[in-house]
Design a protein around this ligand. Structure first.
Ligand code: SF4
Ligand code: SF4
Length: 440
């Protein structure tokens, strides 16, 4: 009887992607957490179907198709400095882990430096060889040669680990900053040495610059993986070029912004309708995840999930994964065309531009604007009748007055340009602020 139980436990843990070490450790580690015990019991009974995994052909590792991005943990209150709601964040991580997610992506700057500690702490109850932690050298925060080892050591300490499974040069956004940090300051050599010492298992970079910079960096070193922004909207911008470039070189792609900062979780009403008519049971977001999963060189798609319902829905897309059929691809293209007939601001809410010295709530301004675009409430004198124009102008102004009653609206922008270089989407933020505020 005991033997049978052990066999089924082993089988269930294997399904969860856990090894023998996990089997031994799980007996003691989960005792005091009723939520987790419940999950664990389900997993052990085989009641949880784990998310699909994909082979990293570079190192033989199995990586969950959905990765947990740690830049959008739930917080207590709003704003850049709002503290992480740790119990809620841990609940998400425990659920993700129990459902087979084994890739967790954090960074030095996420949540004002608190993300690393929270994810390290949430994962430490699980055997170290059952989860993969990705962290990043903050290229933009390195001002001297000495910063590099200091930051790296601090990151290991914050996360409570003695090695990173995946480590990235964070946000290569200009060739000059790559050259300064990784060549002049010796950053690449330092990190390559950490890899030789086993403190980094896989070394890559995340990318936000132009093609010339890409061509410069991609063949500089034998990268183990590269993180790029990709989704069905960005494909026709630089996405296709970057993806093909990685596939040709046999470098696995880790994907960020699969939902374009949440925008692909709900398109315009008319575009949503096209997708819902095709399959009412599928969420709009699931199309974005299935699109990426259908690309064979995508190793893992990262999603920063703040709410349990998002995690549950995203897991669904990659559990017993089915690539998009030809017919579904045609439907998606139709929806994309429909969606792109609306003009939105390409803001992903990453908040790299914040804080604004004049307290403009930049990402919130763009979110408010995009919602108005989606609802068809942007005034346009050229295309609208006088009465329609007046109606939309009033709706537009009301939305901004309501949202920014306490300040932080677009009219507060003085055009200082402090934010310009920080935006990985290269948005002309001051011009957009001016244009939006002119509407009211
Ligand atoms: S340009 Fe405007 S939004 Fe950007 S930092 Fe200056 S005041 Fe803030
Ligand atoms: S404006 Fe740019 S930097 Fe700021 S939140 Fe949006 S995408 Fe990120």
């Amino acid at each position: 009887m005991k033997d049978n139980k052990d066999i089924s436990r082993r089988k269930a843990l294997k399904l969860m992607g856990l090894g023998a070490a996990a089997l031994a450790a799980s007996t003691v580690s989960f005792k005091n957490n009723p939520f987790l015990t419940n999950l664990q019991a389900k997993a052990l009974n085989g009641d949880i179907t784990p998310v699909d995994k994909r082979l990293n052909y570079k190192n033989g590792e199995m990586v969950s198709m959905l990765g947990f991005g740690c830049m959008r943990f739930p917080t207590i209150g709003k704003g850049r400095t709002a503290p992480i709601d740790v119990p809620k964040a841990e609940e998400l991580v425990d659920y993700a882990y129990a459902h087979g997610i084994n890739y967790y992506d954090t960074a030095y700057i996420y949540h004002g430096g608190k993300s690393e500690g929270v994810i390290g702490n949430a994962l430490k109850k699980y055997p170290r060889n059952t989860w993969l932690l990705a962290d990043k050298m903050p290229t933009f925060a390195v001002n001297s040669k000495e910063d590099i080892p200091r930051i790296f050591e601090e990151q290991l300490q914050r996360c409570g680990v003695d090695y990173f499974d995946y480590y990235l040069l964070h946000s290569i956004s200009k060739q000059s900053s790559y050259e300064k940090v990784y060549e002049e300051f010796g950053g690449y050599e330092y990190l390559a040495e950490q890899k030789r010492r086993g403190r980094i298992k896989n070394l890559g970079f995340s990318f936000h610059a132009d093609r010339a910079c890409w061509d410069y960096v991609i063949d500089k070193h034998p990268w183990d993986f590269v993180q790029i922004q990709l989704n069905y909207i960005d494909w026709k911008e630089d996405g296709e070029y970057l993806y093909n470039s990685l596939a040709e070189r046999k470098i696995p792609a880790v994907i960020m912004e699969p939902l374009l900062g949440g925008r692909l979780a709900s398109l315009s009403d008319s575009a949503n309708k096209i997708l819902k008519d095709k399959n009412p049971d599928l969420s709009i977001a699931s199309w974005a995840f299935r699109y990426l999963g259908s690309l064979p060189n995508v190793l893992v798609s990262l999603s920063g999930m703040t709410y349990m319902e998002h995690l549950v829905d995203n897991l669904k897309s990659y559990t017993n994964f089915k690539p998009l059929t030809l017919d579904e691809q045609t439907t998606l293209q139709k929806a994309i065309l429909e969606y792109q007939s609306y003009k939105r601001v390409n803001c992903t809410a990453c908040r790299y531009c914040m804080p604004c010295p004049f307290d403009v709530e930049i990402p919130s301004v763009f979110a408010t604007y995009n919602k108005l675009v989606m609802d068809g409430n942007v005034p346009n004198k050229e295309t609208q009748s006088d009465s329609e124009y007046a109606k939309k102008k009033a709706a537009f102004a009301n939305a901004f007055r309501k949202e920014f009653a306490k300040g932080g609206g677009p009219e507060t922008c003085v055009g200082c340009q402090e934010c310009l270089a920080k935006c990985p989407q290269h948005l002309p933020i001051p011009d957009l602020m001016e244009r939006i505020s002119k509407e009211f």
